[in-house]
Design a protein. Structure first.
Length: 277
């Protein structure tokens, strides 16, 4: 089974950090940031990525949470929302390559259960740790109305969605920090769920048949319901939202559209695991 190694992922993220530094030379030229500050920020980000990426491969964080919080503070500085979201997206995308590569070679007959395994690991382990590592984004965030790199696009950030009509001269409410949890979930949707959407829809009738045959797959079905419900509630383009909703509707129909419509299938809706805010 192929996969992306933590070392190669770290190297890729370091190269991206260097590219990001080069892209921000304009801030140095305009006097918003010294060359030394820009280099320090890039070094902090590269070090942070090398400690976080092993988490996606099931190896855990490489270091103490307090040390990583300090690196986040050094990287964050006065970055605007767009720059923060861009860096986080690159990190999460690189980490998810490890998980998506494992699912790419899974047969259709076990796809649903493997997706649930990945989702349970990501939602229950990776996302909470990411929230802990990047907690300083919430605690150190300040209004970005006068900050530089990319400027904020909207309060509450999340996936970096745009807001219209922002008048910096009249704004009185501080910009809210980007939401790490939302960005992490968006990355899962875009790099795991969307690419597998059609294969998953094809696997649902088999899952329904397994339930009727008495096989113990109710946990798999309830976790799928949880995942799809959460994914359908995320900000999205019209096309992306339609894809997610189609998968969700296909799943519901497979669970309730069988001939017997037995209690096991219908009980899945009551067994849905609620997401924490």
């Amino acid at each position: 089974m192929s996969g992306t190694s933590p070392n190669s992922s770290s190297a890729n993220m370091y190269n991206k950090s260097v590219s990001t530094l080069e892209a921000r030379n304009a801030a140095v030229k305009e006097g918003r940031e010294t060359a030394a500050e820009a280099m320090s920020r890039a070094n902090a980000w590269a070090a942070l990525c090398s400690k976080v990426l092993p988490l996606f491969n099931g190896q855990g964080l490489k270091g103490h949470m307090e040390d990583m919080n300090a690196l986040v503070g050094a990287w964050l500085g006065d970055l605007g929302e767009s720059a923060v979201v861009e860096d986080l997206n690159e990190l999460f995308t690189t980490g998810l390559l490890t998980l998506s590569s494992k699912l790419a070679v899974v047969g259709d007959e076990v796809l649903a259960s493997r997706v649930v395994e990945v989702w349970t690991f990501y939602f229950g382990t990776v996302v909470p740790y990411l929230q802990g590592v990047f907690l300083p984004i919430r605690t150190l965030w300040r209004s970005s109305s006068s900050s530089s790199s990319g400027g904020p696009t909207s309060g509450g950030g999340g996936g970096g969605g745009g807001g219209g009509g922002n008048d910096q001269s009249t704004r009185t409410v501080p910009d809210l920090p980007p939401d790490v949890r939302t960005i992490a979930l968006l990355s899962f949707r875009d790099h795991i769920l969307i690419p597998l959407a059609h294969r998953m829809q094809d696997s649902f009738p088999r899952l329904s048949a397994d339930i009727e045959n008495g096989r113990k797959v109710n946990e798999t079905a309830s976790r799928l319901m949880q995942m799809l419900s959460i994914m359908s509630g995320l900000p999205a383009t019209q096309a992306t939202h339609k894809t997610v909703v189609d998968v969700l509707q296909s799943f519901k129909q497979s669970m309730t559209g069988s001939k017997s419509e037995n209690r096991n299938s219908m009980a899945l809706y009551g067994a849905r695991v609620h997401a924490t805010s």
